[in-house]
Design a protein. Structure first.
Length: 177
C-alpha cells in the first residue's frame, strides 16, 4: 500500500494562488510550489506534470467557479446576463483570487493559456451579441466591470472603492435598460 498524499491537488492550487498573490506570477515554479506546500517537487509533479499544466489548472479552476455562479436563466437576455455577471463578480472573492492568479501567470509567457482566456471572453461576447440597445448596454456594462477588474488587479483599489464602482455600473445599467 502506497503513502497517502499529504496535500491534495486542490490544496496545491490554493498554495499556488497564494504564492502568485504574494510574489507574482514569475515566482510560481514547481520548486517554489513544493517548498511552499511543504512537499517534494515530485509530489507537485504527481498532480501537475509541468508548470504549464499548473497554470492551465488555475485558469480552469477560476473559470469553473465563476461560471457556476452565473444564472443560467439569464443567458438569453443580455441585461439579465450582465446583472448575473455583476452579482457573480461581487460574490466571487475566492474565484476572483483565482482569476487574478490565473491571469497573472497566463499573461507571463504562454500564448496557449492566453488563447484560452480570449476564448472565454469570446464566449461572453457571444452571450451579449446583437444590435439591440439592451445588447449594447450590456456590452458596455460588461466592459466597465472588466475595466474595474483590471484596475483591481493592478492594485488601484487600495481604498476599497471597487464595490461602489460596481454599484455605479449597476445604476447606469438600470437607467439604460
Amino acid at each position: 500500500m502506497g503513502r497517502k498524499p499529504t496535500i491534495s491537488r486542490d490544496g496545491l492550487l490554493d498554495v499556488a494562488e497564494e504564492l502568485v498573490r504574494e510574489q507574482g506570477g514569475s515566482a510560481l515554479t514547481i520548486g517554489a510550489l513544493a517548498k511552499a506546500a511543504g512537499i517534494s517537487k515530485g509530489g507537485v509533479q504527481y498532480s501537475f506534470a509541468s508548470r504549464d499544466n499548473l497554470v492551465r489548472s488555475l485558469i480552469d479552476r477560476w473559470t469553473s467557479q465563476f461560471d457556476a455562479m452565473l444564472d443560467d436563466a439569464a443567458i438569453h437576455d443580455p441585461i439579465d446576463f450582465i446583472r448575473s455577471y455583476i452579482a457573480a463578480t461581487r460574490a466571487s472573492q475566492q474565484a476572483m483570487d483565482a482569476k487574478i492568479a490565473g491571469l497573472m501567470v497566463s499573461y507571463l509567457e504562454n500564448p496557449e493559456h492566453l488563447q484560452e482566456t480570449r476564448d472565454w471572453y469570446r464566449g461572453i461576447f457571444e452571450r451579449l451579441a446583437g444590435a439591440s440597445s439592451n445588447a449594447q448596454t450590456a456590452r458596455v456594462a460588461f466592459l466597465a466591470v472588466e475595466g474595474l477588474f483590471l484596475l483591481r488587479i493592478n492594485g488601484i483599489d487600495e481604498d476599497g472603492d471597487w464595490t461602489s464602482f460596481l454599484d455605479d455600473v449597476e445604476a447606469v445599467l438600470t437607467r439604460l435598460a
